[in-house]
Design a protein around this ligand. Structure first.
Ligand code: ZN
Length: 399
């Protein structure tokens, strides 16, 4: 299986690069126009039909024409799909944003700089800026562990997709991961419980308050307030991003150590389905569970750990022991009306996920209980329980 990780690099735009981006946008719009005019939907056919005229208009390497055709075809494809669904009326798609997708033939990367063949024997050089994060990918690429895909450039960033082949092993046991606002709970079938109390909600609430205070300023000092909002939004994003990476790393390391496949809930449509009040809405919308799932998934795949998704329906309303209705019985605890089973609602959700995936849940797993945690002011509080050391802290990570 092949996985792709897109890594962003910043760079300083020059007039030459800007011109290339503008020309490329024009090429895409020209290709869209032609494609509609000639009623062509296939990439190869479009390329063949526009090439002569394209060559008259632009003095670039032929591969620019190929890339423009590819972008135009995919834009038209999604436009047609939306039109069929009745989500857009009339008009035609137009490329407005400045960006370019470069055919691998056009780009040379040496670890520090991109060299683009604008036309035969004429090159454009883009020095890339990077930090520790990007360096890791560059090093792996230099060692030959990663390949480079189709590079995208916009006015601010260069996006390089790094590709890797991975072998997914077939695990004996599985771990179910329940992500929510204040913690991530993982229960495995072997059995283990991993509980990560994280400060993601605190970060969002803090920055929400900061933004609200700045907004009061905007009447008198609009420019300063705009600058401050950008600054603090950037910080919030960076903090949550880093924290999500750390949480994902802990989970994937744990799964790797115990040879576990990963089960998560398919939350793709959760935002559409759930209608909350305004206050909760803000919290959920800024809360990054999809981001965290994405990090877990790609780190897992990099390590050869398979990841599966299940439909979240019923995970927190059914009894993992008898399948009956389970209902809240005090704070965060659920109790079954039929058989009297009682446990923490996050553990119940995980046990149901294992069951729904068809993983046998041993009775020991059903009796796994979490110790009440003190409210920790730490950003990350990780506790792992295993059957032999039930209610005992076996691992503790500190950050
Ligand atoms: Zn029950």
């Amino acid at each position: 299986m092949e996985i792709t990780l897109s890594v962003a690099f910043s760079y300083d735009i020059t007039p030459q690069i800007e011109k290339m981006l503008k020309d490329f946008r024009d090429m895409v719009n020209f290709c869209i126009e032609k494609s509609l005019q000639l009623n062509i939907t296939s990439y190869a056919k479009l390329r063949k039909n526009v090439y002569e005229e394209w060559k008259q208009k632009w003095d670039y390497s032929t591969h620019f024409c190929h890339s423009a055709c590819r972008v135009a075809t995919s834009m038209l494809k999604s436009w047609r799909r939306l039109k069929r669904k009745g989500k857009i009326k009339g008009g035609k798609p137009v490329a407005r944003k400045l960006f370019i997708q470069l055919d691998p033939q056009l780009v040379k990367f040496d670890g520090k700089m991109l060299r683009i063949s604008v036309k035969p024997r004429r090159f454009l050089y883009i020095p890339l800026k990077y930090g520790e994060y990007q360096q890791k990918y560059i090093d792996a690429w230099k060692r030959g562990e990663l390949r480079i895909g189709e590079v995208t450039i916009n006015t601010k960033k260069v996006l390089i997709p790094f590709r890797k082949d991975v072998d997914l092993t077939n695990p004996k046991d599985w771990i179910a991961i329940d992500i929510n606002e204040s913690n991530v709970t993982c229960v495995s079938s072997n059995p283990h419980v991993l509980r990560i109390e994280h400060g993601l909600r605190t970060i969002h609430t803090t920055y929400f308050e900061i933004r609200r205070r700045i907004q009061k300023l905007s009447k008198y000092k609009p420019i300063t307030s705009k600058r401050l909002i950008e600054k603090y939004s950037g910080r919030e994003k960076k903090k949550t991003h880093d924290l999500c990476h750390k949480i994902a790393k802990i989970i994937v390391d744990f799964a790797k150590k115990h040879n576990l496949g990963i089960i998560m809930e398919n939350l793709k449509n959760i935002r559409k389905k759930i209608k909350y009040g305004r206050n909760l809405n803000r919290r959920l919308h800024s809360w990054n569970f999809r981001k965290l799932q994405f990090f877990i998934e790609y780190k897992a795949k990099l390590n050869g750990i398979p990841v599966v998704y299940i439909n979240p329906k019923g995970t927190s309303s059914l009894c993992p022991r008898c399948g009956g209705k389970i209902a809240p019985n005090g704070q965060r605890v659920l109790k079954c009306r039929k058989c009297g089973y009682e446990n923490d609602r996050d553990i119940v959700a995980c046990l149901n996920m294992l069951r729904m995936r068809g993983v046998p849940v041993p009775p020991e797993s059903l009796s796994m209980k979490l110790r009440k945690e003190r409210n920790s002011s730490r950003r990350l509080n990780v506790t792992a329980y295993s059957l032999n050391h039930l209610e005992e802290r076996t691992d503790l990570w500190k950050f």
